[in-house]
Design a protein around this ligand. Structure first.
Ligand code: ADP
Ligand code: MG
Length: 392
């Protein structure tokens, strides 16, 4: 019964579903995809796309891979890791900017998010052919090398130094977000009116569509094959908006120029002796973070922040994770193992549940981290179900 319902929402591999952009889909040039940054990246520039501009965007993505990749032996990041405990390495502006922000989120998350997670990521090898449960002693050893406070970033000299031999950076939780923001810069400079940037599910929707057809972005059902969505983010029609916020949306598309990034148990994992081991690791014990979450989707303006926040919130769990997201002024949808969903107030305004086997829990007030305003306690509102999703 459930799966029949789901078939209706089965979409192509890439998550963003722009409805017809200029009213006539057949005229739009095809989107372009390349395997870069360890994932399939798809860019759609709609009518503004030219081979030159696609080329420029993809070559920037490849350049960033050559700097930020933890998996390539000759990236700048690999050089920093190779010199751990030995000497500072000239890092260049891109690496410095990503690392600076990663260290900010390391501090903000109390170390749950940590860009020096490299030794543990390598040891577990999740997402590679050699993935397996390491010996406890090896986990302890790798964990002792993970500490963002031993990452020395010297902005003036433009260098990065890892204080202890064996330390290693891994920016897998933030690099795609930065790359999406960099792609947006190129697209904005070229004065392209509309674009979708999808870096392996790390999505940015650029521009605002004309007329009454808003951007629509599906949220993956973590328990179903890729392309099956449990709900949609989109501007709701005025009748289904809450009276208080209806005015605030004021007809504008709340997803225009926004990024939507998900971290979940289903991205990379392996199973062993009946247990599921996913790829977001706990910096407390060195094992995959134990959580009742299946995924966290963050909606924000800056993709680097959203990427870091989705991983950090997943590692922290609902209580602290939602507080962090609130403090950063972002919105989020948390999906729990018990098939319940919690949204921040702003996310609730644009989230439509389509899979009735999930339920929307009452919005709870997360623990306050600071004096800033953020999530308001509220009941989730009237939901419109059964919406259609069109393919690009
Ligand atoms: P994905 O890259 O699959 O979209 P995430 O953005 O959540 O998902 O990043 C997960 C990746 O981040 C892991 O594959 C690993 O490289 C790295 N990572 C794992 N645990 C942590 C952590 N606690 N802090 C920072 N990075 C992490
Ligand atoms: Mg991330």
């Amino acid at each position: 019964m459930v799966s029949q319902n789901k078939m209706k929402y089965k979409l192509p591999f890439f998550a963003v579903l722009a409805v017809c952009v200029f009213g006539n889909c057949t005229q739009a040039p095809p989107a372009q995809s390349e395997f870069v940054l360890g994932t399939v990246c798809t860019i759609n520039l709609y009518r503004g796309g030219s081979p030159r501009l696609y080329g420029e965007v993809f070559s920037r993505l490849r350049e960033l891979e050559g700097i930020l990749s933890a998996n390539s032996a000759d990236s700048v990041l690999a050089a920093v890791n190779a010199a751990a405990g030995v000497e500072p390495v000239p890092a260049g502006e891109d690496l410095i900017r990503v690392l600076e922000r990663a260290l900010y989120f390391a501090q903000a998350s109390g170390g749950a998010f940590d860009p020096s997670i490299g030794p543990l990521v390598r040891l577990w090898g999740i997402g590679t052919e050699r993935a397996g449960v390491p010996e406890a002693g090896k986990i302890e050893e790798a964990l002792s090398l993970v500490d963002w406070r031993d990452v020395r970033l010297d902005r003036e000299r433009g260098t990065v130094f890892l204080a202890r031999p064996g330390m290693a950076l891994d920016l897998g939780a933030i690099a795609k977000g930065y790359a999406a923001d960099e792609a947006v810069k190129i697209i904005a400079a070229a004065e392209i009116p509309l674009a979708v940037i999808d870096l392996g599910g790390n999505i940015y929707v650029y521009g605002e569509k004309q007329g009454d057809r808003p951007w629509r972005i599906g949220i993956q059902d973590p328990l179903e094959p890729r392309g099956v969505y449990l709900g949609v983010l989109e501007r709701k029609s005025p009748e289904t908006q809450s009276p208080r916020r209806g005015d605030r949306q004021g007809g504008r598309d709340p997803l225009a120029n926004k990024t939507v990034v998900t971290s979940g148990i289903y991205e990379r994992f392996f199973e062993h002796a009946g247990r599921h081991y996913h790829h977001i690791l706990s910096t407390r014990n060195g094992y995959p973070a134990e959580t009742d979450l299946l995924s966290v989707t963050v909606i924000a303006e800056n993709s680097m922040d959203a990427d870091a926040l989705s991983t950090a919130a997943f590692a922290l769990g609902w209580e602290q994770g939602s507080a962090l997201i609130r403090d950063e002024g972002a919105e989020a949808v948390f999906v729990f193992a018990g098939r319940s969903i919690r949204c921040s107030a702003g996310a609730a305004e644009i989230f439509t549940l389509s899979d009735k086997s999930y339920s929307l829990a009452e919005q709870l007030r997360p623990r306050r981290r600071s004096g800033r305003r953020g999530f308001r306690p509220r009941c989730l509102l009237t939901l419109r179900t059964g919406s259609e999703i069109e393919e690009i």
